[in-house]
Design a protein. Structure first.
Length: 117
């Protein structure tokens, strides 16, 4: 069991509460140069993705949240909030970050980045 290692490898950062984000909306947080969009779905699930569409870097935080996805405001690519993968015929992937909820508080693991390939 390497729970100790896991604890030291993750970097859980408090970024706000669930109530700070409107349902089907998002808030932006920064980690150095990286902009991260934290989304809240209509059923109160929280996801964190780099705020950068895999198509042409559109701001996903300004997109429409629906069905576990966000539609990019620039050219309507649909990106899975869970995996960051572009849906349908489009190909690409946005980086995602692990989310942990404690009570109403949202923590992101900003060290473990499931980076886009
Ligand atoms: S930049 Fe997002 S669809 Fe083109």
């Amino acid at each position: 069991m390497n729970a100790h290692n896991l604890a030291t490898e993750a970097a859980w950062i408090l970024v706000g509460t669930v109530d700070d984000i409107p349902r089907q909306g998002s808030r932006r947080v920064r980690n150095g140069e990286t902009k991260i969009a934290v989304f809240r779905t209509i059923d109160d699930r929280i996801f964190a993705l780099e705020d950068k569409c895999p198509h042409k870097n559109g701001p996903l935080s300004e997109g429409i949240v629906h069905d576990g996805c966000v539609t990019c405001p620039l050219h309507n690519w649909v990106i899975s909030l869970e995996t960051g993968v572009a849906q349908g015929a489009d190909e690409g992937r946005t980086s995602t970050f692990p989310v942990r909820i404690e009570g109403r508080e949202i923590y992101l693991d900003l060290k473990t980045n499931f980076a886009a390939r």
